[in-house]
Design a protein around this ligand. Structure first.
Ligand SMILES: Nc1ncnc2c1ncn2[C@@H]1O[C@H](COP(=O)(O)OP(=O)(O)O)[C@@H](O)[C@H]1O
Ligand SMILES: [Mg+2]
Length: 254
């Protein structure tokens, strides 16, 4: 017979509750990912963002761009996943990479394992071909973040990343980096050498004018290029004043 020690039951209940909360959060994340069931307006908004981004890329002659925002939880990873899905639907080869080495989430959103990924590859513990998730959807490959490293900033600047991006440029039509928020650490802006610029995510009822100002300021200081904004979580007042579904808007940055 197993004897339960005092406090053990409470700990077990807490663990069950935590795993339920995590499950609920994951289900919610899944709901925001583009699929056959997505609302027409959302699919169209991503298509329009895609067209604008394609123009920016062709002007800069680069295949890569990154997604960032001011704070955590703004919706960067969701937007990165959805843009990658939208780009892959054109039949072009797309790779999506989770470069948020402090608080990675892309693997949860896309329901992938994250035993090894970008950080392990840059640290030369594994090779790209062994860790990349091929054909997550037709034409879409995904590289998860991998083990959380002690030195994310150094890792992103390493010569290994330069070589890696050169390889991606040869093998893919579009390269999308999901990155950390720039409000706290500047990791995201270290990607600027490899990309045409940044898509900035703002969240309705969360991102303030001050946040946007600081976000643009941080980008300007490092001489990085903002490509445009994607505003998420915009609710639509439907008939009888009912709150409708979420809209996404894209604004070109001039
Ligand atoms: N458009 C949206 N509407 C509502 N919730 C969203 C939307 N986009 C993302 N979320 C939710 O917000 C949370 C954080 O999203 P995530 O993409 O991980 O943000 P970030 O990468 O900026 O930290 C997730 O639970 C996600 O499901
Ligand atoms: Mg994220």
């Amino acid at each position: 017979m197993k004897i339960k020690l005092p406090g053990q039951k409470r700990r077990e209940e807490k663990a069950i509750n935590e795993s339920r909360t995590k499950e609920k959060k994951n289900n919610k994340s899944e709901k925001n990912v583009l699929s056959e069931k997505s609302k027409f307006a959302i699919v169209e908004a991503y298509k329009s963002a895609r067209t604008n981004i394609m123009f920016s890329l062709s002007a800069s002659e680069k295949k890569a761009f990154a997604i960032t925002s001011y704070a955590k939880g703004d919706g960067k990873s969701t937007v990165a996943a959805n843009l990658a899905i939208s780009f892959s639907k054109m039949g072009k080869k797309v790779i999506l990479i989770d470069c948020d080495l402090r608080r990675p989430n892309l693997h949860n959103i896309l329901k992938l394992e994250n035993k090894a990924g970008f950080s392990d590859m840059v640290g030369r513990m594994v090779v790209f071909d062994d860790v990349v998730n091929r054909d997550v959807l037709p034409c879409l490959d995904v590289l998860t973040s991998g083990t959380i490293p002690p030195n994310p900033s150094e890792l992103i600047c390493s010569p290994e990343v330069v070589r890696f991006v050169e390889r991606l440029n040869r093998e893919y039509d579009y390269i999308i980096f999901d990155s950390p928020p720039v409000g706290v650490v500047a990791d995201a802006l270290l990607l600027k050498e490899y990309i045409a610029g940044y898509i900035l995510v703002t969240r309705e009822r969360k991102t303030t004018h001050g946040d946007i100002e600081k976000l643009l300021q941080n980008i300007k200081v490092t001489d990085a290029k903002p490509l445009g904004f994607i505003r998420v979580g915009v609710t639509h007042e439907g008939k009888r004043g009912r709150r409708g579904y979420y809209y996404y808007y894209y604004y070109q940055y001039y």
